[in-house]
Design a protein around this ligand. Structure first.
Ligand SMILES: [Zn+2]
Length: 353
């Protein structure tokens, strides 16, 4: 398995996030990726290095899943934030006002000149600090996703985009959930564009992959499946219910499998079989796995009870789909264990292949 790691990831290091009315230290920290790299040094899975992707190819791949308006916002966001107030250079940008969508209500078609309003327009929470290095780190991550997809197109059975910030909560024109660019969607679209007629995305993060769902919701060529904490109690709350099945041509090509907080591995594993059956029925020729390790029992912001050894079983079950696969690194906030759990899953996949 080839691993593409993001050398720019540490440029994105938020100081604090808003959590239930208080500012708390960020959960999504650079050390997460460092622990995975350290474990991969102990238990190598194959070649590991930074991605080599042309800027023009990267821009094109990102623009396939994100709107031009959103990308222009991201590219200048930090400079615009500091231009509001030079003192902002010392603090992260967080939104504090949003255009709540409603009929005859707030408008999102008019681009606000005020950056604080623009930040709210293009985001859905105040837990995702935008920093001086966020754009560079997010672009570096997208390059990892694109390189991983290209490796699979070129015949690799699997490839791993080891990057942060994560991506699966980022939608066509919004950030949130610590995510800016949707790496899994970029990989899935790159696989489509390289000739895979049908691509399945199977999201195993604790949190619903709302961004990926939204990006592909009206499409029949990309199946999106997500196993996650029930959104009636779990983040991102406003999407991820079982009755969201896709729309238009995409009707029937989105499958949400929400599980109650507290769910253990036996039930989770049985649900994975349901997800894999859907992937099989769809007839995909390639698989993208947004891989969150926040299903782990020790995760500080999640509520399933998977154990470290369970991840090897998950990897083997995913290999059973018999498809070439791209893995993207998503959540997982029990930082000390995230390396072990990540490599357990990938090693389980590789050994069962
Ligand atoms: Zn998560």
């Amino acid at each position: 398995m080839k691993t593409f790691h993001n050398p720019h990831h540490a440029a994105h290091a938020g100081q604090q996030e808003m959590f239930r009315g208080r500012m708390v230290p960020c959960h999504e920290v650079p050390a997460r990726l460092d622990f995975v790299l350290a474990e991969l040094a102990r238990r190598p899975l194959g070649p590991l290095g930074p991605p080599s992707v042309e800027d023009s190819a990267l821009d094109a791949a990102i623009a396939r899943v994100h709107s031009a308006r959103y990308l222009a916002f991201l590219a200048s966001a930090w400079d615009d934030w500091v231009a509001m107030d030079p003192a902002n250079a010392q603090r992260d940008a967080l939104p504090s006002v949003w255009p709540l969508p409603s009929r005859h209500g707030f408008r999102s078609d008019v681009l606000p000149a005020n950056f604080a309003a623009r930040l709210g327009l293009f985001s859905f929470d105040s837990g995702s600090p935008l920093t001086a290095g966020s754009w560079a780190a997010a672009r570096g991550g997208a390059a990892c996703a694109l390189a991983a997809a290209q490796a699979v197109v070129n015949g690799e059975r699997s490839a791993f985009a080891l990057t942060r910030p994560p991506g699966h909560h980022a939608g066509p024109d919004f950030l949130g959930g610590y995510c800016f660019l949707n790496n899994a969607a970029i990989a899935a679209q790159a696989l489509r564009d390289a000739g895979h007629a049908k691509v399945a995305v199977l999201d195993v993060d604790y949190h619903h992959g709302n961004g990926t769902q939204t990006i592909f919701y009206e499409r029949a060529d990309v199946l999106t499946v997500s196993i996650h904490g029930d959104p009636t109690t779990e983040y991102p709350f406003f999407l991820g219910h079982a009755d969201e099945r896709g729309a238009g041509e995409g009707d029937g090509f989105n499958l949400n499998l929400p599980l109650s907080r507290g769910t253990g591995f036996a039930r989770w594993r049985a649900t994975l079989d349901t997800a894999l059956q859907a992937v099989h029925n769809f007839g995909a020729s390639a698989l993208v796995v947004p891989m969150g390790l926040d299903t782990f029992e020790g995760d500080p912001i999640s509520g399933f009870t998977l154990q470290s050894a369970d991840y090897a079983v998950v990897g083997a079950a995913l290999a059973g789909a018999g498809l070439p696969a791209v893995f993207t690194f998503e959540g997982g906030y029990a930082v000390d264990e995230v390396g072990t759990n990540t490599v357990n899953l990938l090693e389980g996949f590789q050994q069962a292949t």
